[in-house]
Each structure stands twice: as C-alpha cells, then as structure tokens.
Design a protein around this ligand. Structure first.
Ligand code: ZN
Length: 271
C-alpha cells in the first residue's frame, strides 16, 4: 500500500499517464474485500454505522449499542467490540458459529435465535423468537420476520423449510429500519414490508440456498427500500451482481445501491 503515501511532488513527476495507472491500481485495491478490522470501532456519536462482516454477517452500531447479525469468522480483534445484541437467523454453519458468539459476549449480551434452535438457545442462554415477535432494547426495536426457501422439486425438502420458522430481522432505530433477510427466497410476506424499510440487506445466492439474480431485483421492487446492501456472496460476487443489475434496479426503483466489500463500513446519517 506504499502507493498511497506518494508525496505531491512525486505525483507531479509521475505525470498524468502514471497517475491514471495509479488510480487503476488503487481502484483494484478498494475493489477487493479488505480483511482487516480497521473499522471495528465505529463512530457511535451520531448516525448509524453498518459494517459488512463475513458472508451474511453484519454489525450495526447506533445509539451506543452494537448489534451483530449472523456473525462468523471474525478476526480476534472483534473481541474488543462485544455485542449488546446478537441476532441469528438460522443454524447453518455460514450463519451460526458458536465460537464467534462466545467471543462477542460481555455482561448483559442478549443472544437471539429462532425457537427451533433449542440446543443453541440452551448453550448461549439465548432468547427464542418466531416470526413477528418483537423485542425492545432501549431505543431499538427488533422484529423477527419470515425467512424460508422453497422445495425445488416435490421429492427434495427445502433447504430452509417454512415449518422451521427461521427468522430474518427488522431493526428499528428511531424509525430508521434495517432489514436482514437471512437465507430467504422472494417470499409473499415481503409485500407487508413495502415502503417500510430504510436499508435492505439481501443475499445474492447461490440460488439453491437464497434468492439470486433477478429474484433479488424483484425483492427490491417489492420492498422498495431506500438502500440495498448485498450480503452472502463469494469474493467479488457483489461487484459482479451490481454491474449486471444496477441498470435494472435504477430503472425500476428509487433504491440506492450501497455496495460494501467485506469488513468495510457505511455510515448512514439520520436526521
Ligand atoms: Zn442457510
């Protein structure tokens, strides 16, 4: 990263051609997920910080509270940023990791799981929810919502059966609402969310496990969030998705795409 500390003089000497190459190199750097916890401690003063972690992991910092959703594979340094609340959508290994939940504990951490995860609820002294349950944490309200996928053929069970009552989550911070879809297909219950969501965190696939491609665009059209943040992608999949579907999202919705790489933060200013 030494390219970042070029002096003005050196930049002048390089000339415009070299600077363009330099910009291209820097763009390449920022185009890749940065696996460093430089954003562990966010600005808790004003605004709402959303940090994309690994896979579908998200950290929200607002109102002097830190909320994690589906945290896995976190660098050790995150033990310095323990959780007030941890929300788990379901028990698959890319969403639930016992060691990470243990690492994020402090006095009073509330660990929330779908009721079907009884073993994990016992293990982490957790709170159980089913879709439409509501929990209040001071100025923040968390509503469990629906999350499921469909059986691809009659003989094969769905990877996330509706009967399991797995949960997505809506986090309401003074009327600023963040929706984390977990592993879900485009489900009929999304029509209840139309116009109520500020930021939608939606998975990009694979299509056997979650919504994918046009389905993601359809969900944005139905929910009509102000912002969309892609989650649950393989490295570079966020950029591929955005370059392929940006035009269609922008042509059919007022939603702004907020494309984050893993372990980077976006601050939303709320008035
Ligand atoms: Zn899953």
């Amino acid at each position: 990263m030494s390219v970042m500390i070029l002096s003005m003089k050196e930049k002048t000497i390089l000339g415009s051609g070299a600077v363009l190459v330099l910009i291209a190199i820097l763009a390449q750097y920022t185009g890749n997920p940065v696996n460093s916890p430089t954003n562990v401690v966010g600005n808790m003063e004003g605004g709402i910080n959303v940090t994309l972690l690994a896979n579908a992991g998200v950290m929200i910092e607002a109102k002097d509270m830190r909320i994690y959703i589906d945290p896995i594979d976190l660098p050790r340094e995150y033990s310095d940023s323990p959780a007030d609340v941890i929300l788990v959508t379901h028990d698959h290994g890319d969403h639930y990791q016992a060691s990470t939940i243990n690492m994020l504990q402090k006095d009073g951490t509330v660990n929330v799981f779908p009721a079907i995860m009884d073993t994990e609820i016992a293990r982490h002294n957790g709170v159980e929810v089913v879709p439409e349950d509501e929990l209040t944490f001071g100025p923040v309200t968390v509503t469990a919502f629906y999350m499921y996928t469909f059986s691809p053929v009659a003989t094969t069970p769905a990877s996330h059966p509706v009967e399991s009552d797995y949960t997505s989550y809506i986090i309401d911070i003074d009327g600023f609402t963040i929706f984390h879809a977990g592993d879900s297909k485009n489900i009929q219950e999304y029509e209840e969310l139309t116009g109520t969501i500020s930021v939608a965190l939606l998975p990009l696939g694979p299509g056997c496990q979650t919504m994918a491609n046009d389905e993601v665009v359809n969900v944005i059209q139905i929910i009509e969030p102000e912002y969309f943040i892609p989650i649950h992608f393989t490295e570079g999949g966020n950029n591929q998705f955005v370059s392929r579907f940006r035009r269609s999202i922008e042509a059919t919705t007022n939603c702004e795409i907020c494309n984050l790489n893993y372990f980077t933060t976006h601050s939303f200013e709320t008035s």
